[in-house]
Design a protein around this ligand. Sequence first.
Ligand code: PMP
Length: 327
Amino acid sequence: VRWTEERGWHDGRLEPYGPFTLPPATSVFHYGQAVFEGMKAYRHDSGSIALFRPMANAERFNRSARRLAMPELPVDTFVRAVELLVTQDRDWVPPGDGNSLYLRPFMIATQPGLGFTHPSSSYLFCVIASPAAPYFGPSGPRALTVWLCDDYVRAAPGGTGDAKAAGNYAGAFLATRQATAQGCDQVVWLDAAEHRWVEEMGGMNLFFVYGGSRPRIVTPKLTGALLPGITRDSLLTLAGELGMAAEEDRMSTSRWQSDCASGALTETFACGTAAVISPVGTVRSTTGDWQIGDGQPGPVTHRLRTALLDIQYGRGPDPHHWVHKVC
Ligand code: PMP
């Protein structure tokens, strides 16, 4: 679907996957006006194919677009575009637990011109798709080792951290490379001002678990510098239904470490569309390592993961109407 100042959104169509032709002066190449979403279609045992909370993706997409001075897309146009692609070929959505069709809606600025005073006056919205196997392979999630990033920040207050802007990810590659060189799987981003408050991971939000007879799960508050994950939001709701307390609060790295040492904080996990829920076993920083619990995936992480997957794969009740059947 294309957008111009004169015509608004128009010319929606389905095309075979193939290259775009864009002039070298196209503004997205120079000024980075590009936003995207990540979502999945799941095949249920009944044979139906369903999306998970697609309206939430559409709304976040529009928040991202507003932040980058790009036009918003009507929510039903966004959802219909995704549905149209998914229903082209049901066999694109692979059967089996953990398998899905990953969907990538995105929008780029297409006006040629090197002027910087105004945002682009034309845009292109597209959806592409690719079958996805479970993030961690068939053996299920393993506990991650994560790197506390002290040299770089992902986002600052007033910046684009709570938008799904392509540039946020460009700025993250160097820290990710550093994490890999330290033997870590992921970067944990800290706040820009004090490098003290935990924000999120590369493509996932974080939860801290205080175990016991009534577990309590805590996730960093939305400060405007971290992405409001749809998985995060779903888990805050699900936790209550599973008899757990759920809170949004600040978490400092020193409290994370000391509460692990005292045994109060028993598990940590990351969550997002791609990896669902991934346990974190070890935290590494320039001052050394610490272990969370016994360093292995824990029971609360497992319960929440199962509850979420049961809804996404249509195996359990869906009291919040999160499952959006496509066909
Ligand atoms: N944070 C970042 C930076 C992300 O890219 C993602 C993935 N969209 C998330 C968190 C998790 O969001 P969601 O649960 O909506 O996939």
